[in-house]
Design a protein around this ligand. Structure first.
Ligand SMILES: [Zn+2]
Length: 267
């Protein structure tokens, strides 16, 4: 009797161990499948939902070169310009297409941070390429910041050079993200001008339509240089800035000087 019970116990134990092994094996297979599906990502082709305007020559003047025209003013444009004296139209602006960032290749939980959908998808793709290239992961330190939070930073004594005026931060557009790097060994590396991670992002982030808008300091951009900062611009403008090796604020200065020429010509 005892030996039969003992045998039953053994059979149950063996069954349990077998299930554990099979279960773990299944888990590993599922994990591998997840990774495998990320190893050969298809090129990301996204519909452009930004508010590009189509240039319509009026006949009043003929520009020497017709360039894409962007919408720098509407809060929900990917090309909205914020800077000194250039504020959000609505300080409480919240876009309709917000999503949590969904990536398995950031060092911290990406879903705690949100961006507008197109920016979030492009960022997740970039994070995979970054990990694949360096075997290190991007760490998100900040994405969206509300006007209240921005106000609290200023009240705590953060200078205007370091912290943008309320309504003038690209983080309020839900298009900006601050990044660092965690190496394979778990070491935190800040993005700094000249280091290989920063250099990779400077060379490649525009492939995913991101741009470091705060990279040339107060004199040029009105903000202290912020190496960790990347802002989503949409395809055409990101590529144009990369091709010309200029920042968004330099581009805007160039636009306004062209505007002066245009006005002068029509007088
Ligand atoms: Zn930032």
């Amino acid at each position: 009797m005892i030996s039969r019970q003992y045998r039953s116990f053994h059979i149950l134990t063996l069954l349990f161990i077998s299930l554990m092994i099979l279960g773990w094996g299944g888990f590993v297979v599922v994990e591998d499948r997840v990774v495998a599906s990320q190893e050969s990502p298809a090129p990301v082709v996204l519909p452009i939902q930004s508010t590009f305007l189509t240039y319509q020559p009026t006949g009043d003047y003929l520009p020497m070169q017709i360039q894409p025209t962007y919408d720098f003013d509407e809060d929900d444009s990917f090309q909205k310009y914020l800077g000194n004296g250039q504020l959000l139209n609505n300080n409480e602006y919240v876009p309709e297409d917000l999503v949590p960032i969904d990536s398995n290749f950031t060092a911290n939980a990406s879903k705690r941070f949100s961006l507008r959908q197109e920016a979030a998808t492009q960022f997740a793709d970039m994070a995979w390429y970054f990990w694949n290239h360096f075997n290190a992961k991007l760490m998100i330190s900040s994405a969206y910041r509300s006007s209240t939070f921005q106000q609290s930073l200023l009240k705590k004594g953060c200078s205007r050079a370091r912290c943008a005026q309320v309504g003038s931060s690209e983080h309020q557009l839900w298009l900006a993200i601050d990044l660092g790097v965690i190496t394979k060994g778990g070491k935190y590396i800040a993005l700094n001008k000249g280091n290989l991670y920063y250099q990779w992002l400077i060379e490649h982030a525009s492939d995913w339509w991101f741009h470091n808008s705060y990279q040339k300091g107060i004199e040029v951009g009105g903000q202290m240089a912020e190496w960790r900062h990347r802002r989503y611009m949409g395809e055409d403008l990101a590529k144009e800035l990369q091709d010309k090796q200029i920042t968004f604020s330099e581009y805007m200065k160039d636009q306004s000087s062209q505007q002066v020429v245009k006005t002068t010509n029509t007088l």
